[in-house]
Write a protein that binds this ligand. Structure first.
Ligand code: NAP
Length: 301
């Protein structure tokens, strides 16, 4: 049985020259005090995870809270200044609820400034456009991103939840190379593997970051027969490796040749710490395809 390569100890963010851990930790579900968030951030760093994913919209509860999670992270960085240099900081802009999207030049310029202020940093390592605003011409967005990099406010750029056509168009119009794409990918959500997005990432040199790598926790709390089948397939490999099913899901994503970086969404320090076990999981092709076939809900042709 041929084994797939282990994930590398470091990943590059596209051609940006920035290298990071092959796992990221995400702050979508972060709340509480700066002290509590600092504890989780340190759990990630103790596990070797230095890629930290947030967004200006995180903290929004339907009526208020826009920017709250960035502000919490800003508090953590203010209390511990050397931390800034030890992490690769990712944030996103372009969603403004209830509009819901605005990527006009004026809006994005203000959104980027607001993120820098809340995070209390001079530079964002990776700035992502959170979801496409189809009412902004991609040339206008490209100018914003080019200028954000040229000004030194942003080191690397990317998109999230863009279609392959939207990625292609923006990449063509940018002077600065696009570095990252962030779709939802998990053993429960395999579209990005099947619809050409991972192939495009490999062709354009984009590093994929997978959001909701456990299907938002559904892998652990299955809701359908398909969820259960995927969980069983993953569970068998997890058991063989002596790891949790969540860890196996991260390993499954990292075994894909596009170099996918799973973003751990857990806010539990023990689970964050365990995630690094995925780096030692060596998948066989057969194991990988068994999970893939369960995700498709049909045997592979
Ligand atoms: P996820 O890892 O798929 O789901 C996390 C959820 O699963 C948490 O509620 C967690 O609970 C639960 N969980 C984890 N391990 C578990 C286990 N062993 N048993 C039971 N429950 C478990 O990720 P996510 O939070 O949905 O997303 C991850 C990150 O992706 C976010 O933080 C954010 O940075 C990013 N994201 C980006 C977008 C985008 O549009 N770009 C959208 C969504 C998310 P505990 O906290 O209790 O462990």
């Amino acid at each position: 049985m041929s084994a797939l390569p282990l994930p590398p100890a470091r990943r590059s963010l596209g051609g940006s020259g920035i290298t990071t851990s092959p796992l990221a930790w995400g702050m979508w579900r972060s709340e509480g005090s700066a002290g509590e968030v600092a504890r989780l951030l340190h759990a990630a760093m103790d596990a070797g995870i230095d890629l930290i994913d947030t967004a200006d919209i995180y903290g929004w509860n339907g009526t208020s809270g826009f920017g709250d999670v960035e502000a919490l992270l800003g508090e953590v960085l203010r209390a511990d200044p050397p931390l800034r240099k030890r992490i690769t900081l990712v944030t996103k802009g372009g969603i403004t609820l209830p509009t819901p999207y605005d990527q006009s030049r004026a809006y994005m310029d203000a959104a980027l400034e607001a993120s820098l202020t809340r995070l209390r940093v001079e530079t964002i390592d990776l700035y992502l456009i959170h979801r496409p605003d189809v009412l902004t011409h991609p040339q206008e967005l490209a100018h914003f991103l080019d200028d954000a990099v040229a000004s030194g406010k942003v080191r690397a750029i990317g998109v999230s939840n863009f279609t392959t056509h939207q990625i292609e168009t923006l990449a063509d119009l940018l002077d600065t190379p696009l570095n990252v794409t962030q779709p939802e990918i998990s053993p429960l959500r395999i579209e990005a593997i099947d619809n050409g997005e991972m192939d495009q990432a490999m062709r354009l040199g984009l590093t994929p970051m997978a959001w909701s790598p456990l299907g938002g926790g559904r892998l652990m709390r299955p809701e359908s027969e398909r969820d259960r089948a995927v969980g069983r397939a993953l569970g068998e490999v997890a058991e063989a490796h002596g790891v949790d099913r969540a860890v196996a899901a991260y390993g499954w994503l990292m075994a894909h040749p596009a170099g996918i970086i799973p973003i751990i969404g857990s806010q539990n320090p023990e689970r964050i710490g365990e995630a690094a076990q995925a780096l030692t999981m060596r998948w066989t092709r057969e194991q990988w395809y068994t999970v893939f076939a369960a995700a498709r809900g049909a045997p592979l042709p």
